[in-house]
Each structure stands twice: as structure tokens, then as C-alpha cells.
Design a protein around this ligand. Sequence first.
Ligand code: COA
Length: 275
Amino acid sequence: MADQHLTIRREGAVEYLTLNRPEVRNAFNEHVIAELAAWAANVRERAARGAVRVCVIGGAGKMFCAGADVTWMSKTVQYSEEENLRDAAAMSAMFGAIDALPLPVIGRIQGAALGGGAGLAAVCDVVVAAEDALFGFTEVKLGILPAVISPFALAKIGRSAARELFLTGARFSAARAREIGLVHAVVPPAELDVAVASYVQEFLTAAPEAVAAAKVLIPNVWGRPFSEAAPVTAAAIAQRRVSKEGQEGLRAFLEKRTPGWSARVLDTKDTKNTT
Ligand code: COA
């Protein structure tokens, strides 16, 4: 499927995905959702081959993403209950697929991340925001609900902030988003790319399979009693110690050299536009 609403650019093992509907502030409809889901499946496959190690999700124009496309949602009144359920399930699966990607995903937020746009931020591992960006789980202001994004948003911001922000639908600052765990770094707008690049570089010096294992470890351990978590954690580290990467990392440290997986963005610059 040819992407119509996404722009994809690759620099070595780093993939930059841009939501590209600036005329509607990158709001997403069923077509964008299908493209995002297809992209996630494709990245998963390329990550398994080691071709992609980090993804950056951003938005074209002045805003990251204004959430679900209101025009599309208003049309769903004509859908049957079954069609509406299918539609919502596809959106849920798309968020789930990005959330579970076995590689780090960085969100680059300028302007605003509202509704599903804040949900997209929530499925990123690291979120870097411009200091003037606005966030909001604004759905109740439109008479709807941040339902599909709630598992991801709750995992980031917790119940207390959700009770305030899901129920008021109020917009909030990047500083507040950082306070509640939705955002990790807040920078002046002109420094957004530098801040993103610095996270990209950090990930390129971490072992890719170990990073993927760390990503899986978090939901596996979170919320479990220690007695249940302990065997999971022991098995996870035991597996990593004997892995090729684990052995290489430990040996490289002892030999005072850089491990084989370590890369620099510019070392591998092989820019491809795959719009
Ligand atoms: N769905 C569909 N279209 C949207 C949209 C959305 N979620 N958000 C913005 N747009 C459209 C506007 O209707 C407008 O279209 P027009 O040029 O045909 O009038 C265009 O994008 C620009 O929006 P505008 O409000 O003029 O731009 P802005 O830069 O002043 O403000 C926002 C941008 C995102 C802050 C503002 O549009 C907004 O608050 N949107 C609603 C976001 C929201 O609540 N999303 C949750 C959905 S569940």
C-alpha cells in the first residue's frame, strides 16, 4: 500500500516517520490508521533483520497531531454498531502495534498533541516536546472519550492525573506533560531536532536486542507482585548474559573498546525517502 498521509525517511538505521496532513493538523482518519498499522508491521519486520534500530515519529507543519479526524468521526454516526466496533478496534490495534514495536520510538512534539495525538505520544518510549507545545485528552469536550488510548496514557500518567485530565479535557503545557510522565524532555522549539538527535545517538550505543528485551521487561514486571516478577527478571537477565550481545558488551567493557553494535547516525548515513 502506498503511503499517502505519511512521509518516511531513513538515515542509516534510524527511521523518521512524519504524519503528513498539515492542512488538518495531522488529524488521523481510517486511512492514516491503516497506513500507520502497515508501517508498524513493516518496521517490526525490518527491526528483526537489524535494518532499523530507532524510529522518530513527528508531524508536518505547525502541530504534531490534532488527534482523531473530527470529520471522519462525525461520519461514523451512519455506521452500524458492528462497523463502529471494527473501526475502533482497528485504531486500538494500531496504537498497540506501535506501543509494542521491538525498538525505541521517539516522539517529536511541536505545536500540539491532542486527543489521539496525546495517545500517539503515550505509545512512544521517549517524548521530546517544544516548550510551547500543548497537550490534552480533549475528547470529553467533543462529547466522546479517550477510550482507545487509555491503556497507553494511563501507563504513562497514572490514575490521579488521568482523573483530572480525562475528566476535564483541559489542555496542559509541555512542562505539565513532563511532570506527569507523558513527556521526557522539554526544549525551546529551535532545539527540538538537537534534543531528538541526542536521544537517537544514545539508543545507537545501546545493544539493539538488549533494548528490545528491556522494552518487553517493563510491561512483564509492572504491577506484578515481587514473587511473580522475580522468576521473570531472573530468566530475562540469565538469557541476556549468555547472549551474543551480552558476551560482546561485557568483553568490550573489559577490553576498554566500543562494542560492535555501537553506531553513530552520521557513520551510516544512507538517506532514503520512501514516501
Ligand atoms: N479533525 C479534523 N480537522 C481538524 C482537527 C481534527 N481533530 N483539528 C484541526 N482540524 C482542522 C480544522 O478544522 C481546520 O480546518 P479548516 O482550515 O478547513 O477550517 C484546520 O485543521 C486548522 O485548524 P485551526 O483550528 O484553524 O488551526 P489552529 O492552528 O488555530 O489550531 C488546533 C489547531 C489543533 C489547536 C485546533 O484545531 C484544535 O483544537 N483542534 C481540535 C483538537 C481536538 O480536540 N482533538 C481531539 C479529537 S478526539
